[in-house]
Design a protein around this ligand. Structure first.
Ligand SMILES: *Cc1c(COP(=O)(O)O)cnc(C)c1O
Length: 345
């Protein structure tokens, strides 16, 4: 393991962060004349809590993570970008990821001009640590993993992930956007043991709150401090903080929806086996199924004509003739099945 100072970009390590009015005064007062806010239109006239402590406390209870080990972002996408900006020196350091996986790692690396390399998964869309580690070099600062993986839907082999955590000296990001759907536990319980591990989760999938934009990064407090230092001061707006706190008061609706989605995934999977144009259905621990069909482009167009939009993944590594189907309501899934059954083969 490397010292954090040797992983963080020197300019970021030495950065003196912006200090807002809300940062500079802590405590109780009755008159706030320090932030040039309009005194009317409460409560939205006030800047929100820059570190979202109330929300982190509640999320901490749910996730079993200390609020000091938590970063909240405008979706996980903000965390992905900040991790790359914190650790990847443009044109010098490099980032490694698995292929296929979520497209934002590469886009963010490119935006930041940090060289990005992908290592192909095996034919089961699974990770082989040795193959990945062989591609690392002295300038590899970050490895991005995603489990359950998008677009394949499977969990990556846990032992192989541990091999990477044990052997790689830089930052390992595990994107757990789909963890709520998974039968395997989160890696959050390994945060203490692996101080260079960053786990990403989101409210965009199982929680049904993609429009609210709230992503979480869990890591050692020293990594969280670095991310806090470079984020926009008020990156989570007051409306989002309030909405999410309210939503988290009662977790029953989410669990009910989650169980419904999982049972629909099973139904859809077994029914798809009898659809003529379907060749293969890949195992999924997420809220979508990757399927191989006879002709993905033709099937995609056929579905569009029927008013159904799925994700055509045929040009993605290992995904030739594959479509990614999000699990919808029973009615939506039946429409999809009917339309697929009408696909001429
Ligand atoms: C959907 C998804 C996300 C979610 O991103 P948000 O910015 O939180 O909406 C993150 N990672 C993966 C792999 C995803 O598929």
């Amino acid at each position: 393991m490397k010292a954090l100072k040797d992983l963080v970009r020197p300019s970021i390590w030495n950065l003196k962060p912006y200090s807002s009015a809300r940062d500079e005064f802590h405590g109780h007062a009755s008159v706030f004349l320090d932030a040039n806010e309009n005194p009317y239109n409460a409560p939205y006239n006030r800047y929100p809590d820059p570190l979202q402590w109330q929300l982190k406390k509640r999320l901490g209870e749910l996730k079993g993570v200390d609020p000091q080990s938590m970063f909240l972002g405008n979706g996980s996408d903000e965390a992905i970008d900040l991790v790359i900006r914190a650790f990847g020196e443009p044109g010098i350091d490099n980032i490694l990821s698995i292929d296929p996986s979520y497209g934002m790692y590469e886009v963010c690396a490119n935006v930041n001009n940090v060289p990005f390399r992908k290592v192909k998964l095996n034919k089961y869309f699974d990770l082989e640590a040795e193959v990945l580690l062989k591609e690392t070099n002295e300038q590899t600062k970050i490895i991005f993993l995603c489990s359950p993986n998008n677009p394949s839907g499977n969990n990556l082999n846990r032992n192989e992930i541990y091999k990477i955590l044990d052997q790689f000296t830089g930052i390992v990001v595990i994107d757990e956007a789909y963890i709520d759907f998974s039968s395997t536990p989160s890696f959050t319980s390994d945060l203490q043991k692996y101080p260079r591990l960053i786990i990403l989760q989101t409210l965009s999938k199982a929680w049904g709150a993609a429009g609210v934009r709230l992503g979480m990064a869990f890591a050692s407090p020293e990594i969280i401090n670095i991310l806090n230092k470079i984020k926009y001061p008020y990156n989570i707006n007051q409306l989002t903080q309030e909405y999410v706190l309210k939503m988290l008061e009662d977790t029953h609706p989410m669990h009910k929806q989650l169980n419904r989605i999982l049972s629909e995934r099973n139904t859809l999977e077994s029914t798809l086996h009898r659809v003529p144009c379907v060749i293969d259905i890949y195992p999924s621990d997420a809220n979508f199924l990757l399927i191989k069909v006879k002709d993905a482009n033709a099937t995609y167009e056929h579905l569009v004509k029927e008013g159904i939009i799925v994700r055509n993944r045929t040009n993605v590594t290992l995904c030739n003739d594959c479509l990614r189907l999000t699990i919808g309501t029973p009615k939506e899934n039946n429409k999809l099945l009917d339309a697929l059954n009408r696909m001429p083969v």
